[in-house]
Write a protein of this length. Structure first.
Length: 80
């Protein structure tokens, strides 16, 4: 699908929603993947990366994000 300028706005709205839902401060939250690259043909699926501080925050984030934003995927380096 051709790139859509709406993807950046949709990602910002989703990021704001996630920020309101997480019960702790996080280190970083960014749009990643093909929809984050202006002009790149991509599937219309937004990907956001949420970086948290410790294992307990990961568990809490997974539970919260599953309820609010769909099924999260853990980074391969996370082994808890």
């Amino acid at each position: 699908m051709p790139h859509s300028n709406d993807w950046a706005l949709q990602a910002k709205l989703l990021a704001a929603h996630i920020k309101r839902q997480l019960p702790f401060p996080f280190i970083d939250l960014q749009q990643i993947g093909s929809t984050s690259v202006p002009g790149l043909v991509a599937k219309p699926k937004l990907h956001l990366d949420v970086t948290v501080g410790d294992d307990q925050d990961v568990r809490t984030a997974v539970t919260t994000l599953t309820k609010t934003a769909g099924k999260p995927t853990l980074s391969p380096e996370y082994s808890a």
